[in-house]
Design a protein around this ligand. Sequence first.
Ligand code: GDP
Length: 195
Amino acid sequence: MQVNNVDLTISAVEPKQYPATNYPEIALVGRSNVGKSSLTNVLINRRNFAHTSSQPGKTQTLNFYNVEDELYFVDVPGYGYAKVSKKERERFGKMIEEYLTTRQQLRGVIQLVDGRHKPTADDVSMYQWLAYYDIPTLIVGTKIDKVKPNARNRVKNDIIKTLELTSKTSLVLFSAVKKQGQDQVWNWIEQRIGE
Ligand code: GDP
């Protein structure tokens, strides 16, 4: 998709604020600092539209980015951030769960995992949760420019094994720095939104 126009429509904290449109939605989830803003910026062709985070875990709203009046990217708050209080975590957990399990417009979820390390226990829980609800999922291994080319197959295998990927889930290795993998991510999105 050629992207020229993107707006942050709303940072929502509750369902009644979600956009009333019927555009398909693709949600992005991942641990804080995994590279979610960087991936979003590459996908929409902007240098710093989705703010890359200096304060991990700060984004605690569902951010709906209108892309070309054709779809929304929905930036979901990063999980696994210890400094947020337990009460806050529960509140956001509930909001995320409600969005992901009830939103009719949701076509799929992109879950990011840090390609430099094995997926964490939080990554595994998140993925298993998405698989349990049978939500179409793309796993993106980020920061792959930091991994030597001859180690990238091992990274893939580690992700497949640790998350216990089902055959329905696709996996793409990605680098925001090298812009590697963006076509594969777009292909998956376009398939999901039925273009
Ligand atoms: P977010 O918290 O998930 O939105 O993560 P950000 O997109 O803000 O990225 C967190 C940090 O990782 C920043 O310092 C980015 O510059 C860095 N980063 C993100 N993507 C890449 C990548 O593909 N390669 C490298 N080398 N660094 C990256």
